[in-house]
Design a protein around this ligand. Structure first.
Ligand SMILES: [Zn+2]
Length: 494
């Protein structure tokens, strides 16, 4: 029934009131009240809705005056070709009273100030309670941090490309919200996936190799809308000599889940359809497929050693096969709790790393300081039904997430006990506990303070790698503490 039809009926009921104008006004007020109550009732429904969208963030590499520098290894690695598109992929979630988006970028990292720009462009307009943006840490994509340019003193960030990433991210978020539709949710955790295709290059040996997935199914069509999943490994299988833009193993991981495991014309395993959104986990410490790590491709019946797209495919397919196998085997649990709750904490982190300080002062890294040499970052927790999703602003050492922080002899502060205890997942209270790495910032490595080791004598006998790409030894204690506070406040509110 239209408003004008309602107005006619309404006026009739007020037929004893003398003045027509007063009648009309009274009717408008009553109808406005009815509409407001209806909206409120709608807002209180607990129907879960999900919407997926993706936009390309592949750079233009055709302008010789604007070289695109690939991030992740040394300087001066210019992009020469495009192997596969880079993407920003967004999943919007709504339960009627709250809504937000989780976004994945095929990027080395996306800094907090850039994330705030994107939030400013969408959050009010789309009434979003949370906007979580994480980078896959892709080492075969354009530099968005600055330290992988043509030389040590020149930024690697192309401002035009950064602008494209921001505008396409806004577009993907808008499209995901527009695509919201009633959905059912399934969660699934698969232990120890792909342990044979990655290594931990630094002691102690702790991995973050479980796949954790949230799959959304259209309530209307029963089709797969999409899947949001985490696993932890550096997307750098193509290694440091590659000059083709690619999302590395993540490309094959997503393609495998969406379209199936395919070799030439043969489909080994059919896909789920929909959109796969991959977010990295705790990749510090350091989770990687080295150029010397052998990867077996069972379909080709080959062991792949040298960096290649075939090797990246074998790594990505290993995760895709696990996900497809898990779904087929009924390993998922239906989630009926549709409540959302987002808690975040803004924090200032000291920048003790002299190289980072200089790079920021020279505008190689576009990062502002506050209160001396401190930089602003953020941690957070999204409670999505019975799943807890923590957001980590960089590359977390997995022992901080899963346990096993050590205080080895030779650590620079002569510490005898670890600081970052208890391990994050031991205090998270979800039925499934996801940790999104490089989420809402990229500050580099988050190294346990009792394992900090720049000076001889060295822990575990060798000078380790990691400290040169960390803000400093107090980063991990501060982030760990802030996350414990966020987790505690979330429980207090329950
Ligand atoms: Zn890294």
């Amino acid at each position: 029934m239209s408003i004008s039809e309602l107005l006619i009926g309404c006026k009739f009921r007020f037929s004893q009131t003398p003045k027509p104008l007063v009648k009309t006004l009274l009717c408008f007020l009553i109808l406005a009240g009815i509409e407001a109550r209806q909206q409120k009732a709608h807002a209180n429904t607990t129907t879960l809705e999900a919407g997926f969208a993706k936009e390309s963030i592949t750079p233009d590499i055709t302008d010789p005056k604007r070289p695109i520098w690939i991030a992740g290894f040394g300087q001066k690695r210019q992009a020469r070709s495009i192997h596969d598109n880079l993407w920003v992929r967004a999943v919007a979630l709504s339960n009627g009273s709250r809504r937000g988006v989780i976004v994945s970028l095929d990027a080395i990292g996306f800094m907090h100030n850039d994330i705030l720009d994107v939030r400013n462009a969408v959050q009010k307009e789309l009434k979003l309670d949370f906007v979580i943006i994480a980078s896959t840490h892709n080492h075969e994509a354009p530099d968005l941090i600055g330290i992988w340019g043509p030389s040590l003193l020149k930024t690697g960030v192309d401002s035009r490309y950064l602008g494209l990433v921001k505008s396409q991210t806004v577009k993907a978020i808008q499209a995901s919200v527009a695509a919201l539709e009633p959905a059912r949710l399934q969660r699934m955790e698969l232990p120890n996936v792909g342990a044979d295709v990655l290594v931990d290059t630094r002691m102690p040996q702790v991995f973050d190799s479980n796949v954790r997935a949230l799959r959304f199914i259209s309530a209307a069509s029963n089709q797969n809308l999409g899947i949001l999943l985490t696993w932890a490994n550096h997307p750098e299988v193509l290694w440091n000599a590659n000059t083709a833009i690619t999302s590395d193993f993540v490309h094959y991981l997503r393609e495998g889940i969406e379209s199936g495991i395919q070799y030439a014309d043969t489909t080994v395993q059919p896909g789920l359809g929909g959109t796969a959104v991959f977010i990295n986990g705790a990749v510090g410490g350091l989770m990687t497929t080295l150029d010397s790590t052998p990867v077996v491709d069972a379909v080709l019946n080959e062991t792949l050693l040298t960096p290649s797209f075939e090797k990246a495919r074998a790594v990505g397919y290993r995760v895709a096969e696990a996900v497809l196998g898990g779904v087929a085997a009924g390993a998922e649990t239906e989630v009926t709790d549709n409540t959302f709750h987002w808690t975040s904490k803004s924090l200032l982190l000291p920048v003790d790393n002299g190289k980072f300080r200089a790079a920021a002062m020279l505008r190689i890294i576009r990062r502002k300081f506050e209160s001396g040499f401190k930089t602003r970052s953020e941690v957070g927790l999204l409670q999505l039904g019975d799943t807890w999703i923590g957001t980590i602003p960089g590359e977390l050492y997995p022992e901080i997430a899963n346990g096993g922080v050590e205080a080895p002899t030779g650590n620079d502060f002569n510490m005898t006990t670890p600081v970052e205890v208890p391990a994050l997942r031991t205090v998270m209270k979800g039925q499934m506990n996801m940790l999104l790495g490089l989420a809402n910032d990229q500050i580099g490595y988050i190294i346990p303070k009792s394992q900090w080791d720049e000076k001889a004598p060295f822990t575990y006998n060798d000078e380790p790698y990691g400290e040169e790409n960390s803000l400093g030894p107090n980063t991990a204690p501060l982030i760990h503490k802030a996350l414990l506070e966020v987790f505690a406040s979330a429980q207090a509110e329950q």
